[in-house]
Design a protein around this ligand. Structure first.
Ligand SMILES: N[C@@H](CCC(=O)N[C@@H](CS)C(=O)NCC(=O)O)C(=O)O
Length: 248
């Protein structure tokens, strides 16, 4: 049985799983799912949970970016996604957990807040995806799915604003992991792939770019996801955004 990765186009953890499969040199087929519809589709094909990434490999069903990292290392140990040294492994696992549990979601919420306010932006994020319907039609009729996704991701004004306010500290954490060598080293590890995709996705939002682009975090994203699909032109209320530094 072949390897198949189930994704939602431009999903950052799904991109993490794709990068890890490529790193391992494991060929796979990709199934693109529409948000919300994905929840039902994943259950129909036998996954226990309702989120992507979901991977079918060697007859096993593995779901979640962190679970997939461990399954791939078990199935094909070389090249490794985690260092052999226990202390270094613990540091990578800490950074990976941070990327999954703390960094992913605020960026997801800002993205869905943006789609809720202009669903036309979905087009770029779906580039190259095979959704079973023409993308123009999916966008035209996609209002209810966007509203539901924004709802499921709790991407209302208050949470989007809180996500934006949290971003500088989250980016400081990423820069600190790079500075102490946990990520950003010569060889990538699971935390590199986990974190780079969230930063890559954040960089597709013009409103977030100024907060990120001069940071080491941006270089990490350019290295691993140089062509992250999608673009959200300025859309957040200016009052939410940090003031631009005064001209000298
Ligand atoms: N922390 C999980 C995140 C999984 C997750 O929330 N994935 C989103 C896409 S980024 C999803 O499947 N959402 C379902 C939907 O939008 O309907 C992981 O890294 O695997």
């Amino acid at each position: 049985m072949g390897t198949r990765l189930y994704v939602i186009p431009a999903s950052h953890p799904a991109t993490t799983a794709a990068l890890m499969l490529d790193f391992k040199g494991i060929p796979y087929k990709r199934t693109d799912l529409m948000p919300v519809v994905s929840k039902v589709a994943l259950r129909v094909v036998g996954f226990p949970r309702i989120t992507v990434p979901a991977l079918r490999i060697d007859g096993e069903k593995v779901q979640g970016s962190r679970e997939i990292a461990r399954a791939l290392d078990r199935i094909k140990p070389d090249p490794p996604l985690f260092p052999a040294d226990p202390e270094r492994r613990a540091a990578v696992e800490d950074a990976e957990r941070f990327g999954d549990a703390e960094l992913q979601h605020p960026i997801r919420q800002l993205l869905w807040w943006g789609f809720k306010h202009d669903k036309e932006n979905l087009r770029g994020y779906s580039e190259g995806a095979k959704l079973g319907v023409p993308i123009g039609l999916a966008i035209k009729t996609g209002g209810p799915l966007v509203a539901l996704s924004a709802h499921f991701n709790e991407a209302g004004d208050a949470n989007a604003r809180a996500a934006l306010a949290a971003l500088p500290d989250l980016l400081d954490r990423v820069d600190a992991y790079i500075a102490d060598g946990t990520i950003g080293g010569a060889e990538p590890n699971a935390a590199d792939f986990q974190i780079a995709t969230s930063i890559g996705l954040a960089l597709t939002l013009d409103d977030l770019k100024p907060m990120i682009e001069s940071r080491p975090a941006a270089a990490l994203a350019h290295r691993y996801v140089p062509n992250y699909p999608g673009h959200t032109p300025p859309i957040l209320p200016p009052a939410w955004l940090p003031a631009a530094p005064a001209a000298a």
